[in-house]
Design a protein around this ligand. Structure first.
Ligand code: GAL
Length: 746
């Protein structure tokens, strides 16, 4: 095996220039396939004539060849002409490219192992996502053709052994290709955001995947998007054995586009990549106190009031309240209102904060009545970061970070545990108990409340949750009581495990969808505290039309979000477009949790895969949609850029506007979508979204009617917190690909 070298590629497609097919390339769309596992299958002499034909472009499940928790084998017969060797720029080598494979593979050429990606599990019990799973990722295996493995001008057999734990299985979304090796194909360009560096640093990373020294020239252009001109260019000759890094320093408040082209010295072939590194638009908060929170807050008569006064500014800060109603106490150091009011009514007061730089006051109305959640909930949930690896310690650390980093000063107060907190069995009296990761729920709740946070938890109407932890079926009343004892203020009630009950019956009536949600709510409402009821059943039976009937405060409108543009686009734009009539104070459409910052749905966190501008779009859209804004990343690792996204008080004011109108699409075109909503002060919040793959420039005057522009209107850029122009309404707005201009028109 010494002469055989294999390479595994895990590069980001968006940053890698695809190489056009060339005449010598062999392209294969179909293979022989069988389920099962046998070492004989790799051998040339094996007779596969009884195997089925399978496409390499479509996953196995789509072809009804499902191999969940099993092995399968593909065999490809191919004649490889010797001329291919002459075309190779890496003398003596050819390249075998395979499509994406779910989960892992071992690949043989004429019986010899030429490469593997991921680890093949010996049994399903041994399977681990981290070790075995290597999807999505295409495979590239280089073969040294001088060692006699390749049979020139004859039939060769490529045998691919694959394993699939669940989902789709097998090869998909590309073709098998056999090509000469071109040096340029070994070069991958990527950008590494040094997001923690306040100066604005990014590294261009040039990786050489081949084991030879490569020589070439790098050309870099830095383009200022607002000025629409190149502000810096340079060339550099480089020679790379493995990796070469070119650091770029830029002004982190300016949107720039970096374009790099690497040209191979000998062949003159080139690859290009481009990115817009993180840029910060939100102005730094003033040092003196500033109120960033909601102006109205609902509580039911007699329920505990827990309300944190959300003032930013230098700490320490002391708080006071004018017109503090009887029944409420103010923690003057932490700025938290606690207490109860039994008499219905609107209680108006003035919230005050003072520090070494000054004082600020804000009008505030506590509405004691039947409606809670008068504005959408802001806070944090454990799922998008920690997935099933959440623990009490991680929850507390995120809550502490909400305080330390100042996010609580912007109203992010819900701290919600998602799936995986229950023990395997209930106690002998049927009581639900937390597992060893959560040693003391009551103490956690008390601590959170003392800081001014609200405490959220997760359960399912089924016997198990989505992650196979205990659900609440047949224990709804007891669980609601336990939640009350722990001080729970928010319940996410996730259908998942209830599918079993649902499918076992023939009842597909409207009532069948409502039943589990009505049942739990009846017991939640019996508790002497307000529990925000967040129902999660992915939008079935048009939940937005009946969510208020089961007394839900929000309902998930779609399946799970993930950190890609296609997920964001589908959930945020497509699926919300018709839902604006159903949102309002007390009841909100929930397009799922935020996907900025470090996410990972597991103990392994990574930076979100959304681009800089996709992140601005995400937060702008969720603000316009009056959506629940639950941070989905590890708060302790939030950097300046993510803080700028989450803590722009003017953006949050749109989300928290007391009128509670959800934005609707006003203009839709292939490249541009304009969404808008009216706010309580009669101004409009407008988002102009560039949903195309290129940067665009638009003249707002061309879209006057959608932007609500009148002769004397003021147009404010909400991210920059700056009015655009006072006289002749503005010049061109430059919006990068997948980016946004969020405006408020007065
Ligand atoms: C899904 C739900 C996710 C998360 C997950 C936990 O059904 O949509 O948001 O809660 O379950 O297993």
């Amino acid at each position: 095996m010494k002469q055989i070298v294999s390479f595994m590629l895990l590069f980001t497609w968006s940053l890698f220039t695809s190489i056009l097919l060339q005449a010598q390339d062999i392209v294969i769309k179909e293979a022989k396939f069988t389920k099962g596992d046998n070492g004989e299958y790799k051998n040339v002499a094996f007779d596969d004539s009884q195997w089925v034909n399978a496409s390499v472009e479509k996953n196995l499940r789509k072809q009804k060849l499902d191999i969940t928790t099993q092995y399968g084998w593909y065999r490809i017969h191919v004649n490889i002409p010797q001329s291919m060797l002459n075309e190779s720029e890496l003398k003596g080598w050819i390249r075998i490219h395979l499509p994406h494979i779910d989960d892992c593979d071992e690949t043989f050429l004429n019986g010899h192992l030429i490469g593997k990606t991921g680890v093949m599990p010996r049994s399903h019990e041994e399977y681990s996502h981290e070790i075995n799973y290597r999807y999505p990722s295409t495979r590239e295996y280089l073969v040294n053709a001088n060692n006699g493995i390749v049979k020139w001008n004859e039939d060769n057999v490529i045998a691919v052994r694959v394993y699939n734990a669940n989902d789709q299985g097998g090869m998909m979304n590309d073709l098998v290709r056999i090509t000469p090796v071109r040096r340029i194909e070994g070069i991958a360009l990527a950008f590494d955001q040094q997001a923690f560096d306040p100066k604005g640093h990014t590294n261009i990373i040039i990786d050489n995947k081949y084991s030879c020294k490569q020589q070439g020239q790098v050309h870099v252009d830095i383009f200022d998007i607002d000025k629409q001109q190149i502000i810096h260019s340079f060339d550099k000759n480089i020679s790379i054995t493995k990796t070469s890094i070119i650091p770029i320093v830029y002004d982190k408040n300016t949107p720039i586009r970096i374009t790099i082209t690497y040209t191979d010295k000998a062949s003159k072939k080139a690859v290009t990549a481009t990115t817009i590194p993180h840029y910060i638009q939100t102005p730094k908060a003033p040092e003196q106190p500033r109120y960033n929170g909601t102006s109205v807050y609902g509580v039911r008569p007699g329920s505990p009031v827990i309300f944190k006064l959300a003032f930013s500014g230098n700490k320490p800060m002391t708080y006071s309240v004018q017109n503090l109603p009887e029944g409420l106490d103010l923690d003057t150091q932490r700025g938290v209102l606690h207490g109860h009011i039994t008499q219905k009514g609107d209680y108006t007061m003035t919230l005050i904060a003072e520090n070494n730089k000054g004082k600020a006051e804000a009008p505030f109305t506590l509405k004691v009545g039947n409606t809670i959640a008068l504005t959408p909930p802001l806070g944090w949930n454990s799922w998008n970061c920690w997935g099933l690896s959440v623990s009490q310690e991680k929850v507390k650390s995120s809550a502490q970070a909400l305080l330390d980093k100042g996010l609580a000063d912007y109203g992010f107060v819900y701290v919600n545990i998602d799936d995986s907190w229950t023990a395997e069995k209930r106690a002998s009296d049927g009581r639900i108990v937390p597992n060893e990761k959560f040693p003391d729920m009551k103490a956690l709740g008390d601590w959170l409340h003392q800081q001014g946070f609200k405490f959220g938890i997760y359960s399912s109407p089924g016997d198990l949750t989505c992650g196979d932890y205990l659900g609440s079926i047949d224990h709804e009343e007891q669980d609601a009581q336990t939640f009350n004892e722990w001080g729970i203020d928010y319940l996410k009630y996730d259908w998942c495990g209830y599918y079993k009950v649902f499918r076992a019956s023939d009842d597909r009536s409207h009532a069948a969808y409502l039943r589990p949600y009505i049942k739990m709510q009846q017991y939640l409402r019996q508790q002497p505290r307000d529990i925000f009821y967040s129902i999660c059943q992915y939008g079935m039976d048009e939940v937005w039309k009946w969510g208020t009937y089961v007394d839900a405060n929000s309902w998930r409108t779609t399946g799970d979000i993930t950190d890609t543009w296609s997920s964001l686009y589908d959930i945020g734009f497509n699926k919300q477009a018709q839902l604006y009539p159903y949102a309002g104070p007390g009841h909100w459409n929930d397009p799922d949790m935020l996907i900025v910052g470090k996410v990972g749905w597991s103990s392994q966190l990574r930076n979100t895969r959304l681009s800089t501008d996709e992140q601005y779009t995400h937060i702008s859209l969720w603000a316009l949609l009056a959506a629940n804004m639950l941070i989905g990343c590890d708060v302790a690792q939030i950097d300046d850029f993510t803080f700028n996204l989450l803590c722009n008080n003017e953006v949050l004011a749109i989300n928290q506007d007391p009128l509670g109108q959800q934005a609707r699409p006003l203009f839709k075109h292939d490249d541009i979508q304009i969404w808008g909503r009216q706010l309580a002060d009669s101004s409009y919040a407008i988002g102009i979204f560039n949903v195309s793959d290129k940067d665009i420039s638009i003249n707002p005057n061309d879209y006057k009617e959608y932007l609500k522009i009148q002769p004397n209107t003021t147009i404010r850029d909400i991210w920059r917190q700056k009015d655009l122009s006072n006289d002749t309404k503005p010049c061109l707005l430059h919006i990068p690909t997948h980016g946004v201009k969020l405006l408020r028109v007065f």
